[in-house]
Design a protein around this ligand. Structure first.
Ligand SMILES: Nc1ncnc2c1ncn2[C@@H]1O[C@H](COP(=O)(O)OP(=O)(O)OP(=O)(O)O)[C@@H](O)[C@H]1O
Ligand SMILES: C[C@H](O)[C@H](O)[C@@H](O)C(=O)CO
Length: 490
C-alpha cells in the first residue's frame, strides 16, 4: 500500500511523517524534523511562516529522495493564529504569535462590551486572551493596514495548504478555536463578527476533516521535480488530531495532550454550553466525526521550555532528559506555582517568574535549575488532578485513568507524578499523537480504515503504551491540599 504524508507543526517543533498501513498495523517513518522558532522584531513576536513553508517543501523532497509518492498529505498545527490574504492573493504580513502582547487587555474590553455570557453562549469556547477573536479585535483597534487590505483569513494550516494548492478553505477543528464559530448553528457567528467590526466575507466555507481540498500546484511540482499529490484537510488543530489518536477502547475516556501545552478533557457528542462550563472556563473545540473536545488548556511544558531557553541564553545548556534527572534529585514538595497564572504566558525570564511566584506566596524560593524544574513538574501534575476532577464534574463521567499522548510523555517523571496526583493509572502513548491523528483521518477518508474506533484500535495495536500506576498516595494527597491553597483553587 502506498504511503501517506503527515505534517505536524507544534509550537516548538515540526515534523513530517510518512505512514503506511500494513496488515492492520501502522508503520511510520519520520523523514523530516525542524525547530519552530518564532521571531521577535522590536515589540512584535511573529511566526516565521515562510521558513515553515520551506520546511514543508523539504519534507516533500525527502519523501521523493526516499522513493515515495504519497497517496495524500495533510497538515496540522497549533490553533488560534492566522494569516490575512489580500486582493492579489498574497499574504499580508507575517502571522502574529499568540504570545505577542498586541492582545493585552483586549479580551477584557471585548467581554465588557459583549458580555462573557453572550460570547460563550454562541461559541462554547474558553476565554484565552489570544483567541482569534481578540487578535482580530486588536488589529481593528490599532487600525491595522493588513486588516484593511484583507480579503481572506486563513488559519495556519489553511494558509500552508493554500501555499501548496492555491485553494482557500477553512477547516472545522481549527475554525472552532477562533471563538467566532457558532457550533449550535454550524456557521461563522456573524453577530460576534459584527460586534468587533470584522467582515464575515473574510471567512470561507468550513470543511470537515477528511475533505479533499486540492492538489499540489504545478509550479511547486516543477520546482521540486515531484508528481501531483492530493491534499486533504485533516483534523488541522493539532489537539484535535492528538485526541483522534488516543488509543482508548472505552467511549468515556479522559485525555491529556502533553506538549508545549497540556490539554486535558474528554470527547463529547455535542458541545457542553452551560453556566458551569463557562464558570470553569472549559472549552468545546470541534473534534472529528461530529465530536467535540470538552477540555481545558493548562500552560503545560511551555514553562519548562522557556526556562531551558533562558538558561541556554545565559550559557547553560541542558537537554530535557538532563533537566528531568536534576528535578528527580531535588527536594520534593518544597514549593508550588499555579502554572496557569498569567505571569507565565509570555516569553521571558521564566526562572525568575517561578521564583517570584514562590516568594509572593511566602514559600521557599527554588534556586537551582533542578529545584525550579521540580517545582514546575510537581505543580503541573497537581494542576492535572484539579482539571481531571473538574472534567469529571462537568461531563458527569467517571474515568478509570488518564490517557497521555504527545512529546511530553517522554518525561517519565511527569507521567509518574501525574498518576500519583490523580490517584489513577496513566496510560502514556503514543508520543507522536498529533501526527498519527493526522494520518488516520486521511486513511478514513480513503476508506482504508472504517472509522475513528477502528483507527484507535489500530494505533493501540501498533504503538506501545506505558502504564504508570499511582504511588506515594498520602504524600501527594497532602501536597494537593497545599497546592490548592496556594493556587487559590476552590
Ligand atoms: N527526551 C525528552 N525527555 C523529556 N521531555 C521531553 C523530551 N523530548 C521532549 N520533551 C518534552 O516535550 C515537549 C515538546 O512536546 P511536543 O514535541 O509534543 O510539543 P510541540 O508539538 O512543539 O507542541 P504543541 O503540540 O503542544 O504545540 C518539550 O517541551 C519537552 O518538555
Ligand atoms: C494556543 C494553542 O494553539 C492552543 O490552545 C492549543 O490547543 C494548541 O494548539 C496546542 O498545540
Amino acid at each position: 500500500m502506498p504511503s501517506i504524508l503527515a505534517y505536524d507543526l507544534g509550537a516548538s517543533s515540526g515534523r513530517a511523517l510518512l505512514g503506511r498501513l500494513n496488515h492492520g498495523k501502522i508503520e511510520v517513518e519520520e523523514i523530516h524534523r525542524f525547530n519552530n522558532d518564532p521571531v521577535g522584531i522590536g515589540d512584535r513576536l511573529q511566526w516565521d511562516i515562510l521558513r515553515l513553508f520551506h520546511e514543508i517543501k523539504q519534507g516533500l523532497l525527502k519523501a521523493k529522495h526516499a522513493g515515495e509518492t504519497p497517496a495524500s498529505l495533510a497538515i496540522d498545527s497549533w490553533a488560534v493564529d492566522f494569516g490575512l490574504i489580500g486582493r492579489s492573493g498574497e499574504l499580508l504580513g507575517n502571522p502574529y504569535h499568540y504570545r505577542d502582547h498586541h492582545t493585552d487587555g483586549v479580551m477584557e474590553r471585548t467581554m465588557e462590551r459583549l458580555t462573557a455570557g453572550k460570547i460563550f453562549g454562541r461559541t462554547g469556547i474558553q476565554f484565552l486572551p489570544f483567541n482569534t477573536i481578540y487578535q482580530l479585535a486588536a488589529l481593528k483597534e490599532s487600525d491595522s493596514p493588513f486588516l484593511q487590505g484583507a480579503e481572506h483569513l486563513l488559519m495556519i494550516p489553511d494558509l500552508l495548504r493554500y501555499f501548496l494548492t492555491g485553494e482557500m478553505h477553512n477547516e472545522f477543528t481549527n475554525a472552532t478555536t477562533t471563538q467566532l464559530y457558532n457550533p449550535l448553528e454550524g456557521r461563522w457567528d456573524t453577530e460576534l463578527l459584527a460586534a468587533i467590526g470584522i467582515s464575515p466575507s473574510l471567512f470561507g466555507e468550513v470543511v470537515q476533516p477528511g475533505t479533499r481540498v486540492g492538489s499540489l500546484r504545478s509550479v511547486l511540482r516543477e520546482e521540486l521535480g515531484i508528481s501531483s499529490v492530493p491534499v486533504l484537510a485533516t483534523a488541522e488543530h493539532d489537539t484535535g488530531a492528538a485526541v483522534a489518536a488516543v488509543p482508548a477502547l472505552e467511549r468515556d475516556f479522559a485525555y491529556l495532550s502533553c506538549g508545549t501545552w497540556s490539554l486535558m478533557g474528554t470527547e463529547v457528542d455535542r458541545p457542553v454550553i452551560n453556566e458551569l462550563a463557562q464558570e470553569l472556563n472549559f472549552t468545546n473545540e470541534g473534534g472529528v466525526y461530529g465530536t467535540y473536545r470538552l477540555l481545558k488548556n493548562i500552560m503545560g511544558l511551555w514553562i519548562l521550555q522557556e526556562c531551558r531557553r533562558y538558561w541556554e541564553l545565559a550559557g547553560q545548556s541542558y537537554s530535557f532528559p538532563e533537566l528531568v534527572s536534576m528535578a528527580e534529585k531535588a527536594e520534593a514538595f518544597k514549593s508550588f506555582i499555579d502554572p496557569d497564572d498569567s505571569m507565565f504566558i509570555h516569553p521571558g525570564d521564566m526562572p525568575s517568574r517561578v521564583r517570584q511566584f514562590c516568594a509572593a506566596s511566602e514559600q521557599p524560593v527554588p534556586e537551582s535549575p533542578g529545584e525550579i524544574v521540580r517545582c514546575i513538574l510537581e505543580s503541573l501534575a497537581l494542576k492535572y488532578r484539579y482539571v481531571f476532577e473538574l472534567t469529571e464534574r462537568l461531563s458527569g463521567k467517571s474515568f478509570s485513568g488518564l490517557h497521555m499522548v504527545g512529546g511530553g510523555i517522554q518525561n517519565v517523571l511527569l507521567c509518574q507524578w501525574s498518576a500519583n496526583a490523580i490517584g489513577k493509572p496513566v496510560w502514556a502513548g503514543p508520543v507522536e499523537g498529533s501526527a498519527l491523528g493526522n494520518l488516520v483521518v486521511q486513511w478514513i477518508a480513503q476508506g482504508e480504515l472504517a472509522d475513528i474506533w477502528e483507527a484507535r484500535q489500530v494505533i493501540r495495536d501498533s504503538f506501545p503504551v506505558t502504564v504508570y500506576d499511582p504511588q506515594d498516595q498520602s504524600q501527594w494527597e497532602e501536597a494537593y491540599g497545599k497546592f490548592r491553597g496556594l493556587a487559590g483553587l476552590a
